[in-house]
Design a protein around this ligand. Structure first.
Ligand SMILES: [Zn+2]
Length: 121
């Protein structure tokens, strides 16, 4: 990414060009909208506009294959879908559904594993 005014090469998320001071349109300046995000901490840590629950559900869904996190992924996926319905401006449906599906599969496997473990003599 280069500065539109002086052509200076820019690294990372800078709001102004360090050489000429031209204001730059970046994701960082876009985040200033106060309408987005309920939690200030989440707003700083995570990309705004995407439901933080969807992100959590997405990661939990990835680890749901270990079964251990599957119920958490299912829970987070459910919260994410609820959160996305409440905030139609937010994104993250893919992650939310992924987390829910992976969580559901993992939970079923976990229940099956516990059940079959109880059946063994
Ligand atoms: Zn510049």
């Amino acid at each position: 990414m280069n500065c539109y005014q002086c052509g200076n090469q820019l690294f990372g998320m800078t709001a102004v060009c360090p050489r000429c001071g031209a204001p730059l349109r970046t994701a960082a300046s876009h985040q200033a909208s106060p309408a987005l995000g309920d939690n200030l901490g989440m707003r700083i840590l995570l990309p705004v506009g995407r439901s933080p629950w969807a992100i959590a559900a997405g990661y939990a869904g990835l680890f749901a294959v270990t079964c251990f996190l599957a119920p958490i992924a299912l829970l987070l996926g459910g919260i994410a879908i609820y959160d996305l319905r409440r905030h139609p401006d937010r994104h993250g449906w893919g992650r939310a559904i992924f987390g829910t599906v992976m969580g559901a599969i993992g939970t079923l496997l976990l229940v099956f594993a516990i059940y079959s473990a109880g059946q063994t003599p």
